[in-house]
Design a protein around this ligand. Structure first.
Ligand SMILES: Cc1ncc(COP(=O)(O)O)c(C=O)c1O
Length: 530
């Protein structure tokens, strides 16, 4: 019956598609075929009306379809433009205007998936934007299993195996970066981990959970000028006030200057203001710079301030180059993002901390309905007593499978390769007269720009480079993002991608130069508009 039904629906859909040929895709054509198909779904398969149940036969058929779609997608990934040739109005028309489906479409629900796939940014080896990991397909399969199992990572009793897997991968991550004595929890990403790290700092140094912030003006958070935006956001959400952040100047390698930090803390102390936390960056978002962690830790701790290290981008580089991240171990709390430089599919962040008792002091507030019924130290463990979240997905499973499947040596090698590729790109930029490197390359972020004309103003040069970047993205062969360093607009390639081959990397400069030749005439004619 199910087979005949599928066949009928497919035949009807094909027929309709023939009849509505010529109509714009996604408009009336899609709506009409969806509607008629839905009617048949109801008539031929009334059981679907009353139940969300999916038989194991149906599940197998759907899962086969999904696996086939994913495998084909991965096979063709390299051929896709790295950014789809589309516009906001096209995606609205194709995907964004469908009415809420009152009646289930069965397998026809997959019909518009093709548009979704072709209008996504492709995470192939030529994607170098932001700090975006490349999604190991083994881990993606782990995500599917996690959703099928639907384990809630609240506490051991909610998922004995799941919670043990998460505690295991957190232990592995801590060990991999040389912080074995830390424990922690997986998060949705670096922003959530930074928020939690700073909540712990506040509770450890200026408790406010019960009485609120009674003395907000006294507490100061210190971070470098290059700190990621998630930190001021967290400070605001925690009620500590963004005006109470001191942005410490950086050296010519965009690293926080320890002496300036010390001076700022002392100056504040003289005014009766106390240091709550110092946030050091282990890989700044713009340039991948690593603050001098050991020196900063000594200063922070001498002033009794909490040291939170934002290692969302760079901490995992310690797997391949531990010497670059010397001092990481002195953090009180530390963010790292497996969905960045451990190539995991979104989402997978992590907060590590040295003292779980402070995490519990910060996050434990347990309703009687959630009280632990057992006292066994393993069985009474609750992530919700160390995290801001209660219900959490089983994101540890993908990481666990991915690490077990490939082994740490493979990840170490991939990270090492990305580090080398960044140096290779930097070298190629140095030897291209039209381009200049704007910042030293410490990890895998490479900031550069076109020199344009020597007599041009900085403002025109910035506009020119912006136009080049937009053109590069529109050409769809490589994806770069941008950074602004001391008023200079830069193109930025960040390589946290296990798919990037040297050939992909070597395509960057020719692509930028081709885009340059395309926008140059407009600037020479003086319009300068993209
Ligand atoms: C240094 C740094 N910190 C924090 C974040 C935020 O991480 P997420 O996007 O996972 O929230 C990023 C993101 O790029 C980052 O580069």
């Amino acid at each position: 019956m199910a087979g005949r039904f599928q066949h009928t629906v497919a035949a009807i859909h094909e027929e309709l598609t023939d009849h509505v040929e010529g109509l714009p895709p996604g408009g009336p054509a899609l709506r009409l075929s969806t509607y008629v198909t839905s009617v048949f779904v109801v008539c031929l398969n009334p059981a679907r009306m009353n139940s969300l149940d999916v038989s194991s036969e149906q599940f197998r058929s759907l899962a086969d379809k999904v696996t086939k779609t994913c495998a084909e997608y991965l096979t063709k990934l390299d051929e896709f433009p790295v950014f789809p040739s589309t516009t906001g109005s096209v995606t609205e028309q194709l995907i964004g205007q469908e009415a809420l489906p009152e009646t289930g479409q069965g397998e026809h629900a997959w019909a518009a998936l093709g548009d979704v796939l072709t209008h996504c940014r492709a995470q192939n080896g030529r994607f170098f934007g932001y700090v975006q990991g490349s999604a190991d397909p083994v881990a993606a399969l782990g995500d599917l299993i996690a959703s099928v199992l639907n384990q809630n990572m609240t506490a051991w009793r909610s998922s004995p195996a799941g919670v043990t897997v998460e505690r295991t991968v957190v232990r592995w991550l801590a060990e991999a970066i040389g912080c074995s004595e830390f424990s922690g929890t997986l998060t949705g990403g670096g922003s959530a981990a930074n928020l939690m790290g700073l909540a712990m700092a506040r509770e450890a140094r200026m408790p406010a959970n019960d009485a609120g912030i009674r003395n907000a003006a006294a507490g100061i958070v210190y971070a470098s000028e290059q700190v990621h935006m998630s930190v001021p956001k967290a400070v605001a959400m925690l009620g500590m006030g963004r005006d109470n952040i001191r942005y410490i100047p950086c050296d010519d390698q965009y690293r926080m200057i320890p002496a300036e930090l010390d001076r700022a803390i002392l100056q504040d102390r003289q005014k009766g203001r106390r240091a709550i936390a110092v946030v050091a960056s282990a890989g700044t978002v713009n340039t991948g710079s690593i603050d001098p962690l050991r020196k900063i830790a000594a200063i922070a701790h001498a002033h009794h301030a909490w040291l939170h290290v934002d290692g969302a981008y760079g901490a995992l580089a310690a797997i391949a180059a531990p010497e670059k991240l010397d001092g990481l171990v002195h953090a009180d709390s530390l963010s790292l993002d497996p969905h960045k430089w451990l190539y995991q599919p979104l989402d997978c962040g992590c907060l590590l901390y040295r003292d779980a008792a402070i995490a519990r002091k910060t996050f434990t507030y347990t309703g009687t309905y959630a009280k632990q019924l057992d006292s066994d130290p393993i069985e009474s463990f609750a992530f919700f007593e160390e995290s801001m979240e209660l219900s959490r997905r089983f994101r540890a499973l993908k990481l666990w499978l991915s690490l077990r499947y490939h082994g740490m040596a493979a990840f170490r090698e991939a990270i090492r390769k990305n580090l080398e590729q960044a140096q290779r790109l930097a070298g190629a930029i140095r030897s291209t007269p039209e381009l200049e490197l704007v910042a030293p390359v410490e990890l895998s972020a490479v900031c550069f720009r076109h020199r344009f004309r020597p007599d041009a103003s900085e403002e025109t040069r910035n506009r020119f480079n912006l136009a080049v970047l937009k053109r590069v993205i529109r050409r769809g062969r490589i994806y770069l993002s941008n950074a602004e360093l001391e008023g200079k607009f830069c193109l930025r390639a960040c390589i946290v991608n296990h798919r990037t081959k040297d050939g992909d990397l070597d395509g960057i400069i020719p692509e930028v130069l081709d885009a340059t030749s395309e926008v140059m005439p407009k600037f020479e004619r003086g319009s300068g508009r993209e």
